[in-house]
Design a protein around this ligand. Structure first.
Ligand code: PLP
Length: 409
C-alpha cells in the first residue's frame, strides 16, 4: 500500500535518525540530495586523507624512505580492495588511478589501436562522459558509431550482428533515473563472441548497484571514487590484454623502464601503470581504500546499505509522486530521481529549495542528448540519495517542494 509521506513525519524521531555518525559534521537542517554528483565523505575517509597529508606525505612508486614505503603499501592495499569489491582477480585485471570516470573513459577510448575494431556502440541514455568520447573515438578510428536504445528496465537492446568487432561503451546505472544494465552479463558474452570488447561506465553503479558488476567479464570498468564515498579520484579496472593493446599517447614518468633520446621501454609486469603517467593522487588513492572498508561495515539505520537505500528510495519516489504538477521520469523508485514541473523553471525551483537548505540539482545532468534532444524536455530537477540521507531529509525536501508548487500555482 502506498504510504503518504507529505504530511506524516515521524515526529518522535530526531531528524538525523538513521544517519551514520560518520556524517555528524553535517550542519543540522542541511539536506544534501546531490549524491549522484558527489557522495558526502564519511569522517574516516576525511581522516585518512588528513593523516596522509600530515604524517607521511610522500610520493609513491619511487622513494625508498619510510614514508614512501608506507604510501606504496597502502596504495597496493587499495588496488587489492578495488578488485575484491568487484570479485576480480589480479591475474586478469589491473587497477589504474586517474582523475575521474570521464578521464578514464577517454584514456581508454582515445588510445584504442587502429584497425582492430569495426564500430563503436553506445546507447542514447548515456552521460556526456560516454556520449562525447564515443563520438571522438569513432571519428579517430574511422568507424561507424551506433546509438542503441535502452529498455525501461535498463537492458541494452541489440541484435547480435551489431556487436561484430564492436567497442561497446555503456553505463551500468543511469544518472537520470537509476535504471540498470540488467542484461550486462549477456551483453558481455555476446560482444566477446563477436570479437568485440565492453567498456563500462560504472560511475553511478559503484556506490549503490555493485551487485550487477560482481565478477564481471567486461574488458574495463571506469568509475569515480567521489561517487562512492571516497575522495576525488577516478579508477579504471581493465583486462591486461586491453591495456597492453593500447596505442599509448599519454606517456610520462612512472610508466617507463628505460629512456633513450628517441625511444623508451615501457614498464614490464605492471599493466595498470600504462594509464598512470606522472605522479598520482596518493592521499586520495589511500582514502579510497578507507572508503571501501567503510562501505563494508557501515549499517545506516541498523541495516545493510542497499536495503536502507531501497527504503529511502521508495519514500522519496512516493513523496514526489504525490506532489501535484510534477512529471517524474522514473517509473520506479531509485536513489536517483529526476522530474520537472511543466509550468515552472527547474533552476528557479532549485534556488527556492536551497533557501530551505535543500540542495538538489537542476539542468540536464550531462545527459543533454537524451533529455533535451531525444525527449525534448526542459531543464529538470534531480534528487539523489546517499548513505548520509535520512527519512526526515526526504520528508522535509518533499514538503518544501510541495509548499513551493502550491505557492507558485
Ligand atoms: C553515469 C555517469 N557517468 C559518468 C559520469 C562522469 O563522472 P565524473 O564527472 O566523475 O568523471 C557521471 C557523473 O555524474 C555519471 O553519473
Amino acid at each position: 500500500m502506498k504510504r503518504s509521506t507529505l504530511f506524516s513525519r515521524a515526529v518522535d524521531a530526531p531528524p538525523s535518525a538513521g544517519r551514520p555518525d560518520d556524517f555528524a559534521y553535517l550542519e543540522p537542517g542541511e539536506i544534501y540530495l546531490d549524491a549522484a554528483c558527489q557522495s558526502l565523505r564519511p569522517q574516516p575517509v576525511i581522516d585518512a586523507l588528513i593523516d596522509y597529508y600530515t604524517t607521511y606525505n610522500a610520493c609513491g612508486g619511487r622513494v625508498k624512505y619510510a614514508w614512501g614505503q608506507k604510501v606504496d603499501a597502502r596504495v597496493a592495499d587499495t588496488r587489492k580492495a578495488v578488485l575484491n569489491l568487484l570479485g576480480l582477480s589480479a591475474k586478469q585485471y589491473a587497477v589504474s588511478f586517474t582523475l575521474n570516470t570521464t578521464y578514464g573513459l577517454n584514456l581508454l577510448l582515445q588510445q584504442l589501436p587502429q584497425g582492430r575494431f569495426g564500430r563503436i556502440v553506445t546507447s542514447s541514455i548515456e552521460h556526456n562522459s560516454v556520449f562525447l568520447p564515443t563520438i571522438t573515438a569513432a571519428r579517430r578510428l574511422g568507424v561507424e558509431r551506433l546509438v542503441l536504445v535502452r529498455a525501461a528496465d535498463g537492458a541494452l537492446l541489440y541484435d547480435a550482428g551489431q556487436l561484430e568487432r564492436a567497442v561497446v561503451v555503456v553505463n551500468v546505472a543511469s544518472n537520470v533515473d537509476g535504471r540498470q544494465l540488467t542484461n550486462l552479463a549477456q551483453l558481455v558474452s555476446d560482444t566477446h563472441a563477436r570479437g568485440g570488447i565492453v567498456i563500462l561506465d560504472a560511475a553511478q553503479a559503484m556506490g549503490h548497484s555493485r551487485a550487477l558488476l560482481q565478477k564481471t567479464d567486461a574488458d574495463a570498468v571506469c568509475f569515480s571514487a567521489h561517487k562512492m564515498y571516497g575522495a576525488s579520484l577516478g579508477v579504471v579496472v581493465a583486462r591486461h590484454e586491453l591495456l597492453s593493446s593500447l596505442d599509448l599517447g599519454f606517456v610520462g614518468g612512472g610508466m617507463v623502464q628505460d629512456v633513450r633520446e628517441e625511444d623508451f621501454d615501457l614498464v614490464q609486469g605492471d599493466p595498470g601503470a600504462l594509464l598512470e603517467p606522472g605522479l598520482q593522487a596518493w592521499g586520495e588513492i589511500i582514502a579510497l581504500g578507507r572508503a571501501i572498508d567503510w562501505l563494508g561495515t557501515v549499517r545506516p539505520g541498523g541495516q545493510a546499505p542497499a536495503r536502507h537505500l531501497a527504503g529511502l528510495s521508495t519514500r522519496l519516489f512516493d513523496g514526489l509522486a504525490e506532489i501535484p504538477g510534477l512529471s517524474l521520469l522514473n517509473h520506479e523508485p531509485s536513489p536517483v530521481i529526476s522530474l520537472y514541473a511543466p509550468r515552472q523553471d527547474s533552476h528557479r525551483l532549485a534556488v527556492f529549495l536551497s533557501h530551505s537548505k535543500v540542495s538538489v540539482r537542476s539542468g540536464y545532468f550531462c545527459a543533454h542528448h537524451y533529455l533535451k534532444q531525444q525527449l525534448g524536455l526542459p531543464p529538470l530537477l534531480r534528487f539523489s540519495l546517499g548513505l548520509h540521507s535520512t527519512a526526515s531529509d526526504i520528508d522535509t525536501a518533499t514538503q518544501a517542494l510541495a509548499r513551493l508548487m502550491k505557492g507558485l500555482s
